[in-house]
Design a protein around this ligand. Sequence first.
Ligand code: 13P
Length: 262
Amino acid sequence: MPAAGGVQGRRPLVGGNWKMHTTREEARSLVRELRSELDGLEGIDIVIFPPAPWLADAHDLLAGSTLRVGAQHAHWERSGAFTGAVSAHQLAGVVDYVLVGHSERRQLFHECDRATARLLGAALAAGLSPLLAVGETAAERDRGEAEAVIERQLLAALDGLQRLDGRVAVAYEPVWAIGRGESATPSQAEEGCATVRRIVAERFGADAAARARVLYGGSVSAATAGELAALPSGDGALVGGASLRAAEFAGICREVAPSGGG
Ligand code: 13P
């Protein structure tokens, strides 16, 4: 199987978005299991996104390993009277990545395009790597608006950038494929990832588009990860439910890693 993005030399990336799952003890044991399964896997970047209260635990338990920690969300202001919020600036030193614009943030917490741009800029300023999620709903797809939605979300979030910072990765996550147990087909996933890359090329140039990492997300499992990661336009996966099971997530990472990481 070809390595994800291998032709262009992009390093594959797999993210595990735990969403609002795990107790503290469950989180600590999952982190330990992931470390023993995946530490040192070659040719791939792996990042887990535990719930906010467990980030420091994950950071400490993964110290000295090749696994990285990311936050599922952050606020763009550095500090201030923002009850309940945690800033990207505060998270620096604890995490390396931050998710930006996940569809659950957009739909359930009414996060607008402008908010994604602010967080993306704040994450970069804080030294973090933003993983920007874009993707259409089933209704938008049925209306033939998928490309327009991806374009709007992408251009809005990247609005403040003069050039595409190499730390920015994009996940194409069609909302209709999230949490369904059945991912998009490889051709649907390729179409979405290729759309992301085309829009990045139009906005930032062909070189930036060739370097940018674009992931697919939506019901990825160990059984589907290989074919989804081998897409010409795809460089890995953003995983939800399957990232809560160490063996399953490890299987996904091995499928995505060039030659199984060995
Ligand atoms: P599932 O893998 O559970 O469909 O979730 C995908 C997702 O939302 C990752 O951010």
